[in-house]
Design a protein around this ligand. Sequence first.
Ligand code: ATP
Ligand code: MG
Length: 220
Amino acid sequence: MTALIISPGNNLQDEIDLLKDRARICLNGRVSRPHVLGITSCQRGEGVTTVAANLAVALAQEGNNRVLLVDGNLAHPSLHKVFGTKEVPGIISSLGERYRYGGHWPVFPVGNGLRILLSGGRIDRPERILRDPQFKGFIEYVKPKYQTIIIDCPPVMGDRGSLILPSLCDSIILVVEAGKAKVEVAQRAKALLEERGIDILGVVLNKRKQPIPGFIYRHI
Ligand SMILES: Nc1ncnc2c1ncn2[C@@H]1O[C@H](COP(=O)(O)OP(=O)(O)OP(=O)(O)O)[C@@H](O)[C@H]1O
Ligand SMILES: [Mg+2]
């Protein structure tokens, strides 16, 4: 497992590039390279969407890298805000007979080899949708079409069903907000993921306030 500190005062892009490099080192060291990478947290607001969107953009900018970013946080979606699009169409609005085949999901380009699948609305109890075989079928369908699929997942300690999406991923990155998440909560989240056999690729300690410039931390 790798760990990375992201601080509000530092250049987020530099930090995401570092995360991308570390993720690549971990991914390359594996026998089978994970295609589907989930980003999750212990609780709400720790920075999952920020990390997922920036990592997806950074990977797609490498060229020849087809990346799909999925808004799997169906109760509190926000990728549409990040990319300045409407909330629909997306997963919720598309589940139905005519979308039974994976290729008909409303995946659309946002530039540089990056495509996104939005939430397509919001729903309080998304378990039913996430357990729908159509959704699982969609992930299997798109796997061979993209080098990396990044899923913005709901927090682990959230609603029932919060582990459904991480279970569909090959690996996950856990975002922990410095000074907010209690150690016990982070440990519980880690244990919940591990109990399900979910591979934790690494942890991002986000929004860490650093009294000295961030680059110095990388050398100590
Ligand atoms: N490293 C960072 N530096 C500064 N601000 C940050 C950082 N990471 C996240 N934020 C800010 O914190 C807020 C919450 O971030 P974000 O929406 O990414 O969290 P989230 O975990 O996706 O939340 P939710 O649980 O609502 O989906 C946003 O206003 C975002 O801009
Ligand atoms: Mg979010």
